[in-house]
Design a protein around this ligand. Structure first.
Ligand code: NDP
Length: 232
């Protein structure tokens, strides 16, 4: 309970900080953040606790197996498939990867013990959350596949097109925010709400930073495109 409130407090601090300083990886990378790791190593290091620790804690505390399967359907992909698909991104400061890994330890620790009440799969909240979760995941994967195709074309950064890129600069982040909102609804839990808030606090300011970068970098950037929420 206290740790979930800690994550909510971290979400507030993160959102405020990221309005002023963009996280220094990818296109916002800059010197002064210590030694860097190859992108693939950094992603595996960051995301592995969300598979191994979540699985272990869920098993040991009697957390819901159904919730664990849903969680792992995201994190096995993010930790072990996503980093190896397509050309690698830019190296990431080890300090950022370590912060990401530490957050994932805390987040797995609070979310893994969540228990589904009896008969929960007959509750509409479970199904609404599940549709949001997998709908968000679909949006996220589609957007990441479009970025991968651009990277494979080998021309460095260019303007992404198709799918939800028609409306927003960062549909991968939009999908991620929808996904974890779905998790909060389908688990109907404080740790779920805490992680959904943290995801939005982390990714919405980053989407605005990406959007501003696109507009600065490409004079012909589509003017109707928004940062992360269509029409907003
Ligand atoms: P980005 O959109 O910044 O980058 C994704 C990949 O695409 C990188 O390899 C990047 O290269 C490349 N790329 C991005 N834009 C372009 C472009 N215009 N042209 C060519 N290549 C491009 O996403 P992140 O790296 O921040 O995140 C990766 C995934 O992880 C996303 O799906 C995100 O939702 C998820 N994530 C989730 C978080 C959470 O809180 N739940 C936190 C952070 C990420 P390069 O690295 O060189 O810029």
């Amino acid at each position: 309970m206290i740790l979930s409130w800690l994550v909510i407090a971290l979400a507030v601090v993160t959102a405020v900080s990221l309005v002023f300083i963009s996280a220094p990886y990818g296109r916002h990378g800059r010197p002064g953040w210590g030694p860097a790791l190859p992108a693939r190593v950094a992603w595996v290091l960051m995301e592995t606790p969300s598979v191994v620790l979540f699985g272990t804690v869920s098993y040991l505390t009697g957390g819901s197996g159904l919730f664990a399967a849903i969680w792992l359907s995201h994190y096995v992909y993010r930790a072990f498939v996503y980093p190896f698909r397509g050309a690698a991104g830019r190296p990431m400061p080890a300090s950022i990867a370590l912060m990401g890994a530490s957050f994932n330890v805390l987040n797995s620790w609070i979310n893994a013990p969540t228990v589904a009440p009896p008969g929960w799969t007959e509750d509409p909240r479970f199904w609404i959350g599940l549709v949001l979760f997998y709908g968000g995941m679909r949006i996220n994967h589609d957007a990441d596949a479009r970025l991968r195709a651009l990277r494979e074309a080998g021309a460095g950064y260019s303007i992404p097109t198709g799918g939800l890129y028609r409306w927003v600069s960062c549909p991968n982040y939009l999908g991620e925010v929808i996904e974890w909102t779905g998790w909060a609804v389908l688990t109907w839990s404080l740790p779920g709400v805490a992680f959904a808030l943290f995801t939005a606090a982390n990714l919405v300011p980053r989407a605005y930073a990406h959007h501003a970068w696109y507009k600065r970098t490409f004079p012909d950037y589509p003017p109707e495109r928004r940062a992360v929420f269509p029409f907003v």
